[in-house]
Design a protein around this ligand. Structure first.
Ligand code: 5GP
Length: 216
């Protein structure tokens, strides 16, 4: 066999990987690729009050819910974080995230800067924040138009919102410029690999070292 030998298995705590970017910077493609290539990470499916776009599936892309249900979930503390984006409510169901973390699974979030700030306030030790920038304004506009899922008015609105979203770039641990989706994906995999190795996350290290020292 010429593959890398399996590293000694040390139990570790899961991490929360947040990807934020303005719409159209390639975040959805990157998330999809990462989920396909890495079996240890699970996507957090948000709730939203916005209408489904063509091809979007309830329960897979989002849980599409009413404004009333969103308000109730918020009030009952069922959301780990929530925000208004483009006039719609978005939020992360709390329970699945807590269960995954306890089971040592990593969780991927496609949420905006507001949600990222809220998770940072509550669970900063577990959080890894990645911001994705488009290579240029022209490229962003083209991607939004090509996507053609939204009306021209929505595209214009999202371009205006992009500047606001980007203004939060410095609140993130890593910033990737998506001029090449393959390279960006590799960079993201490297970030994840290194973050998983962090001493604080490798909760099994203490026992391993104790066992090691007992025999020295
Ligand atoms: P879209 O409507 O294009 O799917 O998403 C619009 C924006 O809402 C994106 O920036 C996306 O990251 C953000 N978003 C999606 N789900 C959530 C969520 O659960 N919480 C927060 N805070 N933002 C979200």
């Amino acid at each position: 066999m010429n593959s890398k030998p399996e590293a000694l298995k040390i139990a570790r705590r899961g991490l929360l990987l947040v990807l934020s970017s303005p719409s159209g910077a390639g975040k959805t493609t990157l998330s999809r690729r990462l989920l396909e290539s890495d079996a240890a990470i699970t996507m957090s499916v948000s709730v939203t009050t916005r209408e489904p776009r063509e091809g979007e599936e309830d329960g897979k892309d989002y849980h599409f819910i009413s404004h009333d249900r969103f308000t109730a979930m918020r009030q009952q503390g069922e959301l780990l974080e929530s925000a208004e984006v483009f006039g719609n409510g978005y939020g992360t169901p709390r329970k699945p995230v807590e269960a995954w973390l306890e089971n040592g699974r990593d969780v991927l979030f496609d949420i905006d800067w507001q949600g990222t700030q809220q998770i940072h306030a509550k669970m900063r030790e577990d959080l890894v924040r990645v911001f994705i920038l488009p290579p240029s304004a022209e490229e962003l506009r083209e991607r939004l138009i090509k996507r053609a899922q939204d009306s021209a008015a929505v595209v214009a609105k999202r371009m205006a919102e992009a500047s606001n979203e980007i203004s939060h770039w410095a609140e993130y641990d890593y910033v990737l410029i998506n001029d090449d989706i393959d390279r960006c994906e590799r960079d993201l995999e490297h970030i994840l690999e290194a973050e998983r190795m962090k001493r604080q996350r490798r909760v099994g290290l203490e026992d391993f070292v104790s066992g090691l020292r007992a025999k020295l």
